[in-house]
Design a protein around this ligand. Structure first.
Ligand code: UD1
Ligand code: PEP
Length: 441
């Protein structure tokens, strides 16, 4: 790409047609990389996408003394944690604000070194995103935490001990925090009201391969029996169901057809049901899923985001773009993040009719109902979208703006596209491969 690397001109109005491949999940791969810190031997992770969150975690692991090299297969990483004890982490401040993953280094570093320093977190600005649950559970394991201006300093005065925890909300990150800490803690940990996203199950598989003992009950309870030592693992990361859904929405909104190699039905059941209700068509094949607009009007729906197995919040933003093309009034109730609908303002500038509400418009009152957050939307469609000047606010919002620009009439200027690299591998190559007319500004 030449010109301004961070601004993309999108000439809209052409359906996306063709094939792309999704690889390992952004929400699993960096965590499986962190898990390698717990092992006494090297680990091998396959199906690793080339995205910024992976590069950030690789840098952090290397800083902590883990040798990371590419394996013989494309997308394979070999992670060797033998030198963690002798690493010099003086430069850790440079990693502040890079992603949400550093918080998950706490348990592994406390086990290995007895202390950990966690720089300020990054990640999408879609709500307050506190980390109070993380610190509450780490204290329960026996860690002490000191807030410093540059980050958080943690110590484990003695070996961490298994404990009984009930999460106030099934937080994905906190569930992973508990898993990565409990596996080497002394005794049994019982975690109730845990998150059970497919990426968490895959992390459990990684840890079991390393020698951990973990059971998952049907009532969101996870039990972990701590062991004294873990080995390495060999694992192929589950595919990115969030990226797959984003391309599915792009096919629908542009009236095109996209075959997503690597997409897996099992982890996308809820998305696929919703896609069908909106009027999208799909065919599940051995190696992936084909998504297309079958012609005729799309249908308005009522949608509530939720923890798994509900409708994943990261699917919401791309689907909203497709809903601007559906006939009638769609209702969207975002119950996971309080500020994940702000991206709709730019869609309205493009001609969409989306009204935000503070009330819980879905069937279920959520945590945000009485708290003044614009977390429900009514999307009135269909509306013709016109090109616009767009500034990317966050990862999924950014991909959603690309979809809107591709569906719109005219040429949009999309600023901040670098943010999309955090979770969408090679999207700048995938787009022209699907017939999208895009160029650097
Ligand atoms: C890197 C990664 O995997 N990111 C995913 C992960 O984010 P992440 O792990 O950050 O999300 P959580 O599930 O923890 O957050 C869910 C809710 O819990 C709240 N909360 C969380 C922790 C805490 O200490 N206190 C607290 O109040 C959050 O503000 C939010 O309202 O799960 C989200 C929900 O599926 C996804 O949208 C993100 O893509
Ligand atoms: C919110 C997301 O990610 P993160 O937690 O990394 O900010 C996302 O993937 O949409």
């Amino acid at each position: 790409m030449t010109g301004n690397e961070d601004v993309l001109l999108v000439h809209g109005g052409t359906p996306l047609e063709g094939e792309i491949r999704v690889r390992g999940a952004k929400n699993l791969v960096p965590k499986a990389m962190v898990a390698a810190l717990l092992g006494g031997e090297p680990s091998r992770l396959r199906n690793v996408p080339d995205i910024r969150d992976v590069r950030v975690v690789r840098g952090l692991l290397e800083l902590h003394g883990v040798t990371v090299r590419t394996g013989s297969e494309a997308g394979e990483l070999v992670l060797d944690p033998s030198n963690v004890e002798s690493a010099d982490v003086a430069d850790i401040d440079a990693h502040a604000g890079s992603s949400r993953i550093p918080i998950l280094f706490c348990g592994p570093l406390l086990h290995r070194l007895g202390h950990a320093f966690i720089p300020g977190l990054g990640g999408c600005d879609i709500g307050g995103r506190p980390i109070d649950f993380h610190f509450d559970v780490l204290r329960q394991f026996g860690a002490t935490i000191e807030k410093r201006p540059e980050g958080q300093y943690l110590e484990a005065p003695q070996r961490l001990r298994g404990t009984k925890i009930k999460l106030p909300y099934p937080s994905v990150g906190t569930t992973e925090q508990v898993l990565l800490t409990a596996v080497l803690a002394e005794g049994v940990t019982e975690l109730s009201n845990a998150a059970v996203e497919p990426e968490i199950e895959d992390l459990i598989c990684v840890l079991q391969k390393m020698g951990a003992i973990i059971s998952l009950d049907t009532d969101r309870t996870i039990r972990i029996t701590g062991v004294d030592r873990l080995g390495g693992y060999q694992h192929r990361a589950l595919p990115d169901r969030l990226e797959a859904a984003s391309w599915a929405c792009a096919a629908l909104a542009t009236e095109g057809s996209v075959y997503v190699h690597g997409a897996s039905q099992r982890e996308m059941l809820t998305f696929l049901n919703t896609y069908r209700k909106v009027g999208g068509a799909f065919a599940v094949e051995d190696d992936g899923i084909r998504f297309w607009h079958p012609g005729g009007p799309l249908k308005a729906i009522a949608l509530e985001t939720d923890v798994h197995p509900g409708f994943q919040t990261d699917w919401q933003q791309p689907l909203v773009v497709a809903l601007t093309q559906a006939s009638g009034l769609s209702i969207v109730h975002e119950t996971v993040y309080e500020s994940r609908l702000g991206f709709t303002e730019a869609l309205n500038q493009m001609g969409a009719h989306i009204q935000l509400y503070r009330e819980c418009l879905g069937g279920t009152p959520c945590r945000f109902g009485q708290r003044n957050f614009l977390h429900s939307a009514v999307v009135s469609g269909p509306t013709k979208l016109q090109a616009s000047e767009l500034v990317i606010p966050d990862l999924r919002g950014g991909f959603s703006y690309l979809i809107a620009a591709l569906a719109a009439q005219g040429t949009s200027r999309v600023h901040g596209i670098e943010l999309i690299n955090r979770g969408y591998e090679n999207f700048m190559e995938k787009l022209p491969g699907l017939g999208a007319k895009v160029e650097a500004a």
